[in-house]
Design a protein. Structure first.
Length: 251
């Protein structure tokens, strides 16, 4: 993967990208709370033979410059849309994880032409658990079932972001009502849940799929909240099977 830097308004956004393919819809991978796109690399490598993959670090995250102001979910979706335009992506499949699902869903609802498909891997936030304490407890319960290699990646990203940004982002994540956004999405949707995910109960994942006008749910066994990291081969196969069933752009 190659590095790409683009300026969007006052933000400089760095990303990892693979070789473009005119005959396949590109995939944009949207990271979660406090982290960067680094934890998408295992999945990105497996998707790259099939289509272009772009993995941005949103403002204030990862390799993008620190110090960006805290942005809410809708504002982050707006920045992501502008970034897609800046790097020449008119339409893409958006693949989000956790908070990234909320950002991707917002963009899909507000700009249908930008989003050819929507993949929500571990979507947050369950309306029945919209409290910081519950979410942190669920995350703690899910941590032991994650792949051990994920821990240093996430810890390094959290340390770089700092507690103020991480906790502020958690508050904004909890304030966002994804259940009100999903019915406005026109793109076909796929919900992926790790079988051991304690952050996203099976009941909530099924509800997310049902709220999407054209949604379906797939569970990945032996995976936690970051199924794309612990079971990248399986998740890539599920995503590719879904995307391959959709109309592709003309070469």
């Amino acid at each position: 993967m190659e590095a790409l830097t683009a300026t969007v308004g006052r933000y400089q956004i760095r990303a990892m990208v693979t070789t473009p393919r005119a005959d396949r819809t590109p995939a944009v991978l949207v990271h979660g709370l406090g982290v960067s796109g680094r934890y998408w690399r295992p999945l990105a490598r497996r998707l790259a033979p099939h289509r272009q993959v772009l993995v941005p670090d949103l403002p204030g995250h990862g390799r993008s410059p620190a110090g960006a102001p805290q942005l809410g979910v809708a504002a982050m979706a707006g920045v992501l849309e502008q970034w897609m335009g800046a790097v020449g992506i008119s339409s893409a499949a958006l693949v989000g994880n956790s908070l990234g699902c909320q950002i991707a869903a917002e963009l899909a609802a507000r700009s249908p032409a930008r989003v050819a498909a929507l993949v929500l891997c571990g979507p947050t936030v369950d309306p029945a658990a919209r409290r910081a304490g519950i979410q942190l407890l669920r995350l703690a319960r899910s941590a032991p079932v994650e792949h051990p290699a994920l821990y240093p990646v996430v810890l390094a990203d959290y340390l770089r972001a700092g507690p103020r940004r991480v906790l502020g982002e958690l508050r904004l994540m909890l304030d966002h009502r994804i259940e009100e956004v999903l019915p406005r999405v026109r793109a076909p949707g796929l919900v992926i849940r790790g079988g051991f995910d304690r952050v996203v109960p099976r009941r909530w994942a099924a509800e997310v799929a049902a709220l999407l006008p054209r949604g379906r749910l797939v569970e990945v066994p032996l995976a936690g909240h970051a199924a794309h990291f612990s079971r990248p081969g399986r998740v890539a196969a599920v995503v590719e099977d879904f995307l391959a069933s959709l109309p592709q752009p003309s070469a």
